[in-house]
Design a protein around this ligand. Structure first.
Ligand code: MRU
Length: 342
């Protein structure tokens, strides 16, 4: 079992610092919302569902520090806290869905009552995400046949979900069903979530994993060494377009060319029906230094210009199926996704 990535302990948020893995297992106790916002920005806690859960607890922490006894003033200050979270990372819709739920849960006659309601709602969001990832993993396991080699990108495991995992959850569930499954994990430049986190999680689960660089994926697909590609998602638009870690689109195109099924696993909290297509998904641009350096070590001439979009959008016609806790959806996605979300 992978160590708990997120835990609410004695009124504090304990996170496993994902930026230090796999070299060090450091738990950080966060007792104010500014530190939670920073942990999300610095990707100490990362992965769409985990960002949503951390933000929910962070909002509860923010509420706990509000002193005023005036109800309207309290709600105005709480709104400020929520705005700060909304500005932390733009692509994962789970963050905005969590903020929305916390906003609705902020009910009560006075501050003390609202504070209690917010802690309860954050716990509820956490429990809900955990349950959703367990369920979708069991459902999705039917796509992973005995003897399959699955290629995955980035990290969509327990760490990323504050639960069981999405793409890695499906793989774990297939193993629990007695199937022999092995994994190819792309390193996932620039921040190496595949090399650092996916391999770490799978090795702990006793699932055979081979690390490859991102640029090797086409080679192995062409060699027919990959039976399916399975990834998570940060936001899925109403038409089934999928935003996920940069490089996912490349894998989807390669998979189609190589006749390898391309599956996406995500809880329904990742589906954004307000966007008709992936064109409307905001793509986070991160510090170019993450590209020109690896773990702080320069890998290019000083002063080099670098680009760093953190996500890309895979058009739905490359996606063979989307696995959610409410069922496996295939084309036409617009119909299937609307049905399961509403
Ligand atoms: O920038 P990150 O590491 O937060 O990006 C994470 C991903 O792209 C994951 O694939 C996605 O959030 C799904 S996690 C279950």
């Amino acid at each position: 079992m992978t160590a708990k990535g997120i835990e609410w302990l004695d009124g504090k948020l304990r996170i496993l610092d994902q930026s230090r893995l796999p070299w060090e297992q450091i738990f950080i106790d966060l007792d104010n919302y500014h530190d939670v916002v920073l942990a999300i920005k610095e990707m100490r806690v990362r992965g769409a569902p985990a960002i949503g859960v951390a933000a929910a607890y962070g909002i509860a922490l923010g509420a706990s520090s509000i002193k005023t006894t005036n109800r309207n003033e309290f709600l105005a200050q709480l709104n400020q806290v929520m705005q700060t979270f909304a500005a932390s990372r733009p692509t994962a819709v789970n963050l905005f869905e969590a903020i929305d739920r916390m906003k609705k849960a902020a009910r009560g006659d006075d501050g003390a009552e609202i504070k209690r309601a917010l802690v309860n709602e954050a716990k509820q969001i956490h429990r809900g995400e955990t349950a959703a990832t367990v369920k979708l993993s069991r459902l999705g396991a039917e796509l992973v046949k005995d003897g399959f080699t699955v290629l995955t990108h980035c990290n969509a495991g327990a760490l990323a979900t504050a639960g069981y995992g999405t793409a890695l959850g499906v793989i774990k569930a297939a193993k629990e069903q007695g199937k022999e499954v092995s994994v190819f994990a792309t390193e996932t430049r620039p921040l190496l979530q595949g090399a650092r986190l996916t391999t770490w999680e799978l090795m702990q689960e006793g699932i055979p994993v081979t690390l490859i660089t991102d640029s090797m994926a086409g080679y192995f697909m062409h060699q027919k060494r990959i039976d399916c590609v399975l990834v998570g998602a940060d936001r899925i638009a109403a038409d089934g377009d999928v935003a996920n870690k940069i490089g996912t689109y490349t894998l989807a195109v390669l998979a189609k060319e190589s006749k390898v099924p391309f599956y996406v696993a995500a809880p329904t909290s990742t589906i954004d029906l307000s966007l008709s297509s992936g064109a409307g998904i905001p793509i986070e641009e991160r510090d170019p230094e993450e590209v020109s350096h690896i773990q702080g070590v320069p890998i290019a001439p000083e002063g080099i210009r670098a680009a760093n979009p953190a996500f890309d959008v895979t058009p739905h016609h490359y996606v063979s199926a989307i696995v959610t806790e409410k069922g496996i959806v295939r084309e036409p996605y617009a119909e299937g996704l609307t049905k399961i979300v509403s």
